[in-house]
Design a protein around this ligand. Structure first.
Ligand code: SF4
Length: 934
């Protein structure tokens, strides 16, 4: 008779399994040990070595999947081919095409449209199959449900597996189902001992296999006692007898932090405390990482404190979070957004600025590609009409290559424009062009592998420790696709190929196999199954991670799952609760970390733990204290250094022509003025789909100038209907600025601007023209004047004569003019401290000065005003005069004019260095030179 034992949760299951092994001397090869996962195998081998005290031939140690495969292939002698999941989808698609009543009607007509549904269908079919649900029962439950597509799902299930059998394929679930069905035919005579250890929730196929094995003399079934085991033993007809409770008390400490980084920093402190106390964390200590979020902070902070060979990471990390996936994703996005052979500039820039693309070597040099792509970025940012462009347009851009050639001239090996052009063409050929014409899915997979090998061979990416572990699983998946049945299928276009590979690579996992049994262990939550650690650090113990939130299963909702005996969400929660309990039962000291910000709740398992502590102590207020780890991050920037004026700078300032922008910049921050107007450092514009505020302003100004330029000198016609003319100007200017067919956000923006300018024409402008004759004196009128030894310049958006009054108008795209005004009551021209507060902008005051000097017009005749185009209703109040009553009083103007000259005098004062802004907190965050200032 077999031996069945319920091992107490605090006992070491691996050692218990070891004690049942039979051997010929030190030869254990006639025994088989099966655990739910792979990891206990390492610990079992070590336990055998300790038991025998010498080297031994180990037993066959298998995870459940491997054991089922062993029975299938070795004992039942089956030779069917294992089906790749993508091939399964292809077979399901063929079934879908042939079906009369199609799932989703005509929505999934093509293979690419069907892919995501196919993947879900395959998952659902595998669950039904491993649960040994007969097609008839599935049909009964699915058709009786109110689900619209229940019948179609049942049809798929009924047809799919017979077809696989016919074609001599198998899948994981089918393998389990066949083994369960034929287990009596499998002979275990050659096996002296079969130990099945540490199982908890079993599928129906597993239950059937267990029931049979429980009847074999050589079987040992070991279960570890924990919450819910009773129910699962009932499923296989084994009576439950609770094991004696352990006497060990765990020392449990709880920590909470605002985010993952806070958790990891707290863990750091704990590890440091132990190190300071002379303790070394060895293989009996584990850091459990239940979600991938914490892995990299952990690697960079906590593990970085430890010697490199003193820890072992064994878990699998989602491939989608790696830079390799990021690189492929940007390339696939670029391909998907192409139109008529042209690439979309923002996607092109994202791809070429990916660290892998930027680091493609040019000969032996690693800097050239970076310089080249930044130059291209500048070109595309400057020429916004190149929203979509042919790669050849860049390859023929002589100006880009000569600029980059110029930049390389100062280096050891100057490169010619021709050499650089050749380099760019090669990069395009090996990456983007390589994928432009795809014959089939297999062809695309081969070409993606070519691109990745190119990156591996020709960039500096492989200098990164993790590059190889990151790239290998992607290459393996692509290689599997090239040999799969789906390889010969074709998709309808580049966007479909892109979406196919983005989906196909989603499931790639990067294994961190580590060196088992050596040093501190870093494991995923399920990797801790059946193992015991004296010291446990458990990260991310939040309810959305442990046990995790329920996903929505659209094909097999909870009601149907319950009817068919499939696992429910609460079963998944029970499994997590069971392993959480075992992890704690086996430990002596446990530190649990969780987040407590936003909607994050601590895991229900911690709540239970606290509740249990209260019950045991008989005091509902008594539990383990939760220590809050609040890290106050003190970001203290040093005050930027002032800049002294050299003789060269003073000469420059003396000869400088001062614009309103320069004076405003000086009032905001003198350093900013120096960077922008003395050193002429310019902010790099990005190649974004979004159009920033300054670009919108430039565009609106160009439309309004073009609209009225031919009317300069004329009296404007108050009754002329010029709506159509305005539309044409908007379209022409938009095309000039952003290209012929703007898509997405640009299209929407154009329409918004069109609406607002039509309101401007119909409301504000119509009212102004109706109120009396208006002569247009200028649009974008340039003015330059020298006075008191300083030269000033300005461009007035619009100058109008209304009666004998001169209106100098400046368009603004905002709606609030208050921040642009001048407050003469708080202005003391000789006191620089009053300038920034009192002078909102020097713009209109300077234009008044320029116009009155240039045209010899008295300032009291000049009416300066801003036209706020961002106002909701474009009526008269869109025009905001600088002065109450329209003109400046003589006293006010005298103060303003004096202030303008005081400002330029101070700028030219050798004794006054350029100072940083007075209020750094307020000014610096919006400043483009913040990086320079530090
Ligand atoms: S970062 Fe601040 S101090 Fe530096 S230039 Fe800009 S505004 Fe001035």
């Amino acid at each position: 008779m077999s031996r069945i034992e319920i091992v107490p949760g605090h006992e070491n299951l691996v050692e218990r399994a070891c004690s049942f092994l039979e051997s010929e001397g030190s030869d254990f090869s006639e025994s088989i040990v099966v655990f739910p996962g792979k990891r206990p195998a390492h610990f079992l081998r070590r336990a055998i070595a300790l038991r025998t005290g010498r080297s031994a031939i180990p037993p066959r140690v298998l995870a459940m999947d491997g054991f089922v495969e062993f029975i299938y292939r070795s004992l039942l002698k089956r030779e069917d081919t294992e089906l790749h999941p993508l091939d399964a989808i292809a077979i399901l698609y063929d079934l879908h095409v042939r079906m009369q009543k199609k799932l989703g009607g005509e929505s999934f007509r093509t293979l690419d449209a069907f892919l995501s549904l196919g993947s879900k269908l395959f998952g659902a079919a595998e669950e039904l199959c491993i649960t040994l649900v007969a097609p008839r029962d599935a049909a009964g439950a699915l058709t009786a449900s109110p689900m619209k597509n229940g019948e179609a799902i049942a049809d798929f299930y009924a047809a799919f597996y017979p077809l696989l059998r016919e074609q001599r394929f198998t899948t994981r679930a089918l393998c389990y189902a066949d083994v369960a069905e034929n287990i009596r035919a499998a002979s275990f005579d050659e096996v002296r001992r079969v130990v099945l250890a540490g199982f908890y929730a079993l599928s129906r196929a597993e239950q059937r296999i267990f029931r049979h094995l429980a009847g074999l003399d050589q079987s040992v079934l070991l279960f570890q006692d924990g919450p819910g085991l009773n129910k699962h033993l009932q499923g296989i007809g084994i009576p439950y007898e609770p094991s004696p409770p352990g006497s060990r008390r765990q020392q449990i400490s709880l920590f909470t932090a605002a985010d993952t980084h806070g958790e990891v920093l707290t863990l750091n402190t704990r590890v440091k405390e132990l190190q300071d106390a002379g303790q070394t964390l060895k293989e009996n200590a584990v850091i459990v990482v239940p979600s991938a979020d914490a892995l990299f902070p952990l690697v960079h902070w906590t593990l970085a404190m430890l010697p490199r060979d003193s820890y072992n990471i064994s878990l699998s990390y989602p491939g989608t979070r790696t830079p390799v996936f990021g690189f492929l994703h940007s390339l696939l996005e670029l391909l998907a957004s192409m139109e008529e052979g042209k690439v979309y500039a923002p996607d092109y820039i994202k791809f070429v600025l990916h660290p892998y693309t930027k680091s493609i070597r040019c000969g032996a040099r690693t800097d050239v590609t970076r310089i080249l792509f930044h130059q291209i970025e500048q070109k595309l940012a400057g020429e916004r009409s190149l929203t979509f462009f042919f790669l050849e347009e860049l390859e023929n851009s002589a100006e880009v290559f000569s600029r980059v050639a110029e930049a390389t001239r100062a280096t050891e090996e100057a490169l010619s424009p021709d050499r650089l052009r050749e380099h760019l063409i090669r990069i395009h050929d090996r990456t983007i062009r390589n994928l432009l014409s795809l014959k089939s899915i297999g062809d695309a997979a081969r070409k993606i592998m070519d691109v990745l090998l190119f990156v591996s061979e020709e960039t500096t990416a492989d200098r990164h420790d993790l590059f190889r572990p990151f790239i290998l699983p992607v290459l393996e998946e692509c290689s599997a696709i090239t040999t799969s049945r789906i390889a010969s299928r074709t998709l309808s276009g580049l966007p479909q190929y892109s979406s196919f590979f983005r989906n196909a690579l989603q499931s790639v996992a990067v294994p961190f196999p580590g060196t088992p049994l050596h040093g501190l262990q870093v494991l995923g939550f399920l990797e801790t199954r059946n193992l015991q650690f004296k010291r446990v650090f458990l990260l991310d113990a939040n309810d959305d991670v442990l046990p995790g939130t329920a996903g929505v299963d659209v094909l097999l909702p909870q009601g149907i799952r319950a009817a068919l005996g499939l696992p429910l969400q609460r079963d998944r929660e029970d499994i997590a609760a069971y392993y959480f309990d075992l992890l704690l039962q086996g430990a002596e000291e446990v530190d649990i970390f969780f987040r407590s910000s936003g909607k994050k709740e601590k895991s229900r398992f911690i709540e239970k733990l606290l509740w249990r502590q209260q019950l045991e102590s008989g005091d509902l207020k008594r539990t383990s204290p939760i220590r809050r780890a609040d890290f106050s991050l003190k970001i203290s920037n040093h005050r930027p250094e002032m800049l002294r004026k050299t003789d060269e700078v003073l000469h420059f300032l003396q000869d400088c022509t001062y614009s309103a922008t320069a004076l405003d910049s000086y009032l905001t921050c003198q350093l900013k003025f120096a960077f922008a107007h003395v050193m002429r450092l310019q902010e790099q514009e990005g190649v974004d789909e979004e159009i920033d505020r300054p670009s919108i302003g430039r565009f609106v100004h160009s439309v309004l100038a073009r609209f009225d330029r031919q009317n300069v000198g004329c009296i404007l016609d108050p009754v002329a209907d010029r709506g159509e003319e305005l539309e044409e100007v908007i379209d022409a200017e938009f095309e000039r600025a952003y290209g012929k067919d703007p898509g997405g956000a640009r299209f929407l923006l154009r329409e918004q601007i069109r609406g607002q300018l039509k309101r401007f024409l119909a409301s504000y402008r119509a009212r102004v023209l109706a109120s009396g004759p208006v002569r247009l004196l200028g649009v974008e009128a340039k003015m330059t004047v020298m006075k008191n030894g300083y030269t000033f310049k300005g461009i007035a958006d619009r100058i109008e004569q209304r009666g004998d009054r001169i209106f100098i108008l400046d368009f603004k795209t905002g709606h609030d003019a208050s921040r642009l005004m001048v407050n003469t009551s708080s202005l003391v021209p000789g006191d620089p401290a009053t300038w920034p507060e009192a002078i909102g902008s020097c713009q209109l005051p300077l234009y008044m000065l320029l116009y009155s000097e240039q045209e010899k017009v008295a300032v009291e005749k000049i009416f300066p005003a801003y036209i706020m185009l961002g106002k909701k209703t474009m009526d008269e109040d869109a025009e905001c005069g600088l002065f109450d009553g329209g003109t400046a009083s003589a006293a006010s103007w005298a103060m303003i004019e004096q202030a303008i000259f005081e400002i330029v005098r101070e700028i030219n004062d050798p004794a006054r260095p350029f100072e940083p802004a007075v209020d750094l907190k307020q000014t610096c965050p919006k400043c483009p030179y913040a990086g320079l200032c530090g």
